[in-house]
Structure formats: structure tokens, C-alpha cells
Design a protein around this ligand. Structure first.
Ligand SMILES: CC(C)(COP(=O)(O)OP(=O)(O)OC[C@H]1O[C@@H](n2cnc3c(N)ncnc32)[C@H](O)[C@@H]1OP(=O)(O)O)[C@@H](O)C(=O)NCCC(=O)NCCS
Length: 245
């Protein structure tokens, strides 16, 4: 099934927020997405497909229950007629469905102005049905290249839950981020985070080198899938206040 990776635009943010709500416990107000896209329009990316398949898995909630279709629609009023219009937040355009995104910013913390320019990965997720196809890796590589090439970012940082093994594999083993430190109780539910960083080297990030690496990897063995269940499912089952770290 063909997947298209392209820059995120303002027209995508309802779908990005929808994907975020389905996949992660860290959620943001719409204005925060807007802030990213308006401030650094080249840095965030989305993955879409024009396949019209209705993926029931993607519409399951955190407890695996099928959501009412109604729940997945936003209702807005047409500014001219005043009539109610239902928006399906899965589709960015008729027939174009969002299956993943990476939300990225430059570090604009006034207290860190003494640092060289550096980027930050705010959020990344891929809808369940589309995982283990290389979408997150591709989204990340595009974003890292854009940060280095267009914003002169010398390095990029991110946080990841200690229990999130899939993401940890992606960042540490595939994308070669280094673990800087553990930040105790970083998340709202008390879970610790790995603070990670990657120095951005334009040569290494060039698409040609990435393709080369992929081919070399295809010959070798794939790491075993060690994510026993979905991140959100794990958190919900354990009770959000009672996450084992
Ligand atoms: C983490 C996540 C973004 C990975 O997306 P994805 O598109 O499936 O990842 P990719 O297919 O690009 O995987 C790239 C590499 O990451 C690692 N990886 C990804 N998922 C993995 C899993 N379940 N178990 C072990 N390694 C995994 C592998 O090294 C993989 O390379 P390989 O397929 O060649 O072995 C996705 O599982 C997700 O959306 N999870 C919920 C949200 C989330 O945790 N976001 C990150 C917050 S910091």
C-alpha cells in the first residue's frame, strides 16, 4: 500500500491531533500544533495513504473497544450557511488518510539561548495498522534532515517513556540517538523519561545514505518485536496513576 511522506500543513492539524489522541497519553491543544506549523513550517511531517480501506483497528479506543463512529467526528458550523458540517478527522482530504505524523520544533526556550541552535521532537506516532513498515523512521529522517538543512540545528533532543520499548528501539538502535540521562517523574503519571539527543550530521542524514543503510539491513536479521502490547493499553491496564517503571 503506497504511503506518502510530506510536510505537514495547517490543513493537517485536526488529523494530527486525532492520531495523537489515539496513540499517546501526551495530548496538546490545537493551538500548540498551530504554533509548530506556523513557526517552523518545514520541520513537521505527515504520512498519508490514498488507500480508502477502513481500518477498524485504528478506531479502537485504548481498551480495545470499537468507538462509536459518532465519537470520531468533529462538528463545525459552516461560516456562510451556519449549517452543521461533520469532519472526519482521519482524512486530510477526501480519499487521503493520515496514518502518522512527527511534530517538530526548534528549541525556543529563552533560558537556553546560550545553546547552539537545536531542535526538539515534540510528538511522533503511527496508527496501529501501519506500524513496522518504516513510517516512523522515514518521518523522523525527513524531520532531522529539515532541522539540520533549513534551521542549522546542531542537535535534536526528545523524551521517551522508560516503558516505551518500541520508541526506544527506534530512537536508540535505528536512529542512533544517545541516552543523556533519566529524568525522574517527567511524565504527569510519574513515569521516568529517557532524555535523548542526536548530533545532526548532514552527510549521515542525506537520503542516499539512508537508502543504502536500509538495503544493508535487509540482508541482516530483523530485531524481534518486543512490544507485547500497545503503549496506551499498557498504561490504561496498569492504571494511569500506577505505571510500573
Ligand atoms: C513508536 C512508533 C512511532 C514506531 O512506529 P513504526 O512506524 O512502527 O516504526 P518503524 O516501522 O519506522 O520502525 C523503525 C524501527 O524502530 C524499531 N521498532 C519499531 N516498533 C518496534 C516494536 N514494536 N518493537 C521493537 N522495535 C520496534 C525497530 O528497530 C524498527 O526497525 P525494523 O522494523 O527495521 O526492525 C509506533 O509504535 C507508535 O506510534 N507508538 C505509539 C506512540 C509512541 O510511542 N510514540 C513515540 C513517543 S516518544
Amino acid at each position: 500500500m503506497p504511503i506518502n511522506i510530506r510536510r505537514a500543513t495547517i490543513d493537517d492539524i485536526i488529523c494530527m491531533q486525532n492520531a495523537n489522541l489515539h496513540n499517546l497519553p501526551e495530548n496538546y491543544m490545537m493551538k500548540y500544533y498551530l504554533y509548530h506549523i506556523l513557526s517552523w513550517p518545514e520541520a513537521s511531517f505527515v504520512a498519508t495513504t490514498t488507500s480508502n480501506v477502513f481500518d477498524e483497528e485504528d478506531l479502537k479506543d485504548e481498551e480495545g473497544e470499537q468507538q462509536q463512529e459518532e465519537d470520531d467526528h468533529l462538528v463545525i458550523n459552516d461560516p456562510i450557511t451556519g449549517r452543521e458540517i461533520k469532519l472526519d478527522p482521519t482524512y486530510v482530504n477526501p480519499g487521503e488518510k493520515l496514518v502518522g505524523y512527527v511534530l517538530v520544533k526548534m528549541n525556543d526556550d529563552p533560558e537556553q539561548q546560550d545553546q547552539p541552535p537545536n531542535g526538539h521532537i515534540t510528538s511522533l506516532s503511527v496508527m496501529r495498522t501501519y506500524r513496522r513498515m518504516g513510517i516512523a523512521e522515514n518521518l523522523m529522517r525527513q524531520a532531522l534532515f529539515a532541522l539540520r538543512e533549513l534551521h542549522d540545528a546542531e542537535y535534536v533532543s526528545l523524551h521517551v517513556r522508560q516503558s516505551n520499548r518500541a520508541a526506544l528501539h527506534l530512537y536508540r538502535d535505528t536512529l542512533e540517538f544517545e541516552v543523556l540521562r533519566i529524568e525522574k517523574g517527567y511524565y504527569q503519571d510519574g513515569e521516568d523519561a529517557y532524555a535523548m539527543k542526536k548530533v545532526l550530521d548532514l552527510k549521515e542524514l542525506a537520503i542516499a545514505n539512508f537508502v543504502h543503510r536500509k538495503k544493508a539491513n535487509d540482508i541482516g536479521e530483523k530485531p524481534e518485536d518486543d512490544l507485547k502490547s500497545d503503549l496506551l493499553e499498557e498504561l490504561i491496564q496498569g492504571g494511569l496513576d500506577d505505571v510500573v517503571v
